[in-house]
Design a protein around this ligand. Structure first.
Ligand code: FES
Length: 107
C-alpha cells in the first residue's frame, strides 16, 4: 500500500455508562465514521487517503475527536454535518478547518 496523502483517525472509544471521561462513542462517533466512509466510497478516496477508527485520542471532553495527519490537526465535537467541510477544505484544499480545531490547551 502506498503512503496515503493524509490519514484520518476517528476516535471510536466506548466506556461504561457514567464513566467520568465519557466517550466519543456516546457522542456520535459512529455517525462521523460512517459519513467519512460514505464519502470515501463516493469519491474514490481509498488508497489516496487513510481512514481508521481508533481508541481514545486523549481529548474526550471535546469528542467526537478526529485527528488528521501529517498535519497533526485535532478536530473536536465533530458531527456528520462537518464531514464534507473537512474533506473539501482540509483533505482536498490543504486548509485545516479552524472552527473545528480543539483549543490549544486541550491538545
Ligand atoms: S474517548 Fe475519544 S478522545 Fe477520548
Amino acid at each position: 500500500m502506498a503512503r496515503p496523502e493524509k490519514h484520518i483517525f476517528i476516535c471510536g472509544q466506548a466506556r461504561p455508562p457514567g464513566h467520568p471521561r465519557g466517550s466519543c462513542a456516546d457522542k456520535g462517533a459512529a455517525d462521523v465514521l460512517q459519513a467519512f466512509q460514505q464519502q470515501f466510497e463516493q469519491q474514490g478516496f481509498w488508497g489516496r487517503f487513510g481512514l481508521t477508527s481508533t481508541g481514545c485520542l486523549g481529548v474526550c471532553d471535546a469528542g467526537p475527536a478526529v485527528l488528521v495527519y501529517p498535519e497533526g490537526v485535532m478536530y473536536g465535537k465533530v458531527t456528520k454535518a462537518d464531514v464534507d467541510e473537512i474533506i473539501k477544505e482540509h483533505l482536498l484544499g490543504d486548509k485545516p478547518v479552524e472552527r473545528l480545531q480543539v483549543p490549544a490547551d486541550l491538545w
